[in-house]
Design a protein around this ligand. Sequence first.
Ligand code: 2E7
Ligand code: F3S
Length: 322
Amino acid sequence: MMSPQEVLLAEPRGFCAGVDRAIEIVERALAKFGAPIYVRHEIVHNTYVVNDLKAKGAIFIEELSDVPPGATLIFSAHGVSKAVQEEAKARGFHIFDATCPLVSKVHVEVAKLAQEGYEFIMIGHKGHPEVEGTLGQLDGGIHLVEDVADVARVQTVQQEKLAVVTQTTLSVDDAAEIMAAVRARFPQVREPKQQDICYATQNRQDAVKLMSRQVDLVIVVGSPTSSNSNRLRELAERLGTTAYMVDSADELQPAWFTGIARVGLTAGASAPEVLVAEVLERVKALGAVSVRTLSGIEESIKFPLPKGLRMDGVAPEAGEEA
Ligand code: 2E7
Ligand code: F3S
């Protein structure tokens, strides 16, 4: 019986700039203000990250009524609706916003075009916190479509000023197909200048496409709630390669590797590299003797921290309180 011989690592994989920043915001808030620090929703959709921050004194909540008066509150990387933002302000919390700047950019675009009288179609997954946050930038006027069939069902008030926005972590291929259906039904629709699917989603999907062709099995490290991680697993499977998503190395089942020579390994944007290393060790223990990284696009993007958390532990920045 064949056991795994080689592991191919996808590149890029794992943390994106928005996740780096969001986790850093919670860690710096803990260091600067002390525990507890309240976080609305999982800061990013990863069990390990959330448990690690819980151990350091973060408390994750969904309802603002569970946050005590005067507390420090952080919004997750996925963003929040105007209603949540306003309620948090009204309750007087000390707020830090860990919304990914690429999500905030979509929020700003929605607000700007709404001012000009636009109505919207949003391509996204119902119930996902990013989608709730973006839909909640306006009091209605954004029609959510999840697939091509939904496009036919949209009932707009007018069609002269109609714009499309999307969730940042969609399948690039699905989004293109849905976008084509939107364009076919509403030829005058305004599309985002640069698509809303973020660079990290695009790059991780491109890397999985390249890798899938060269392996017999793909393992994606990611939590079940992580949209972008699910898309990576789904993409490999659609390309005809068996693929599993695991939250940690413990979930790997030796039976998956029976008759498999090459294993491809990647991680969603919210999955830490330490988990990838643990999975890699486990696959090596099952027999893999060589490990190779499939070099891909290099990511250098970094997002600045919010004002008030930009200290480096030595001296405050100019104009900032110690
Ligand atoms: C925020 C946004 O936390 P994630 O797994 O989130 P998704 O949206 O993929 O479920 O990954 C990082 C992240 C991605 N997009 C955070 Cl808007
Ligand atoms: Fe932002 Fe994309 Fe990461 S939206 S949080 S850079 S996956």
